[in-house]
Design a protein around this ligand. Structure first.
Ligand SMILES: Cc1cc2nc3c(=O)[nH]c(=O)nc-3n(C[C@H](O)[C@H](O)[C@H](O)COP(=O)(O)O)c2cc1C
Length: 241
């Protein structure tokens, strides 16, 4: 039975929870006791599930293109902006559970390029579905229903549903090797060579993003995501709000 969820779309700017906090005052510590784990008490798949549950992450779709011209798209969350000078985005691609390579890795290794497409609330269904296995000769753009938007420097198409897209060129490729000496994943650093932002999510006069329109999602554990629909600003006092 699916869990019943409320469909409240409201977006709020609220005060921080403790807006009367003064410098030097100790803030809340949870009363529960700390559970401490050695990573090696878990199997590798248990550790993966545990870690992804413990630390919310950005969610995006990485789009790439194969040497045969087949465009690929899959969701990724071991991803982040890691430097702004040079502007750099990181992406970790694990091997599939059967040890085979993901199409994303094969395509990046062949082209040295990838595109990052931010996931927004209005296309979470198709974004999540693009994580299902799909043969390399089938494009997720057709299968899932993503609309291709042309890129300007790299060859891979961007996803038109996404309000923020980066075109990236690989600047570093770092393999991860586990204790058994097996390569488990590749960390790619991609230099951002072009940025595309839909004007509905960016106020050019104020040079600020309109988070109420961006509707970005955060990746939690399992199949869960969180919507960003509450904003706090610790620099604003309660009086000025
Ligand atoms: C929200 C979400 C985030 C994901 N993040 C990653 C990730 O960071 N690294 C990874 O290797 N796989 C990740 N996956 C799994 C891949 O999307 C999945 O293996 C996909 O089938 C890979 O497709 P590809 O073979 O076309 O590259 C994620 C899946 C979902 C649904």
């Amino acid at each position: 039975m699916p869990t019943k969820v409320s469909n409240n779309q409201s977006f709020q700017k609220v005060p921080t929870s403790n807006s009367n906090w003064k410098m030097g005052e100790s803030q809340k510590i949870l009363s529960g006791k700390t559970l401490t784990f050695e990573p090696n008490v878990f199997t590798s798949s248990q550790l993966h599930q545990f870690l992804v549950g413990s630390f919310p992450r950005p969610a995006c779709i990485i789009s790439t293109i194969s040497p045969e011209g087949i465009s690929n798209a899959a969701p990724y969350s071991f991803t982040n902006l890691v430097c702004t000078d040079p502007p750099t985005f990181s992406l970790t691609v694990f091997k599939n559970s059967d040890g085979s390579l993901k199409d994303t890795q094969v395509n990046i290794d062949a082209s040295n390029e990838f595109a990052v497409n931010l996931i927004s609330d209005w296309f979470i269904e198709s974004a999540h579905a693009s994580g299902m296995p799909c043969p390399p000769e089938v494009s997720e753009f057709d299968r899932i229903g993503f609309t291709p938007k042309p890129s300007t420097i790299i060859k891979s198409p961007l996803i038109a549903q996404s309000p923020v897209n980066y075109e990236c060129k690989v600047s570093q490729r770092i393999p991860f090797i586990n204790k058994e000496g097996k390569e488990t994943a590749i960390l790619y650093m991609g230099e951002i060579v072009k940025i595309h932002v839909n004007e509905q999510v960016y106020d050019t006069d104020k040079a600020t993003f309109k988070y109420e329109n961006l509707k970005a999602l955060i990746r939690l554990g399992g199949s869960l995501y969180a919507k960003i629909n509450t904003i706090v600003d610790p620099n604003q006092t309660t009086d000025s709000q």
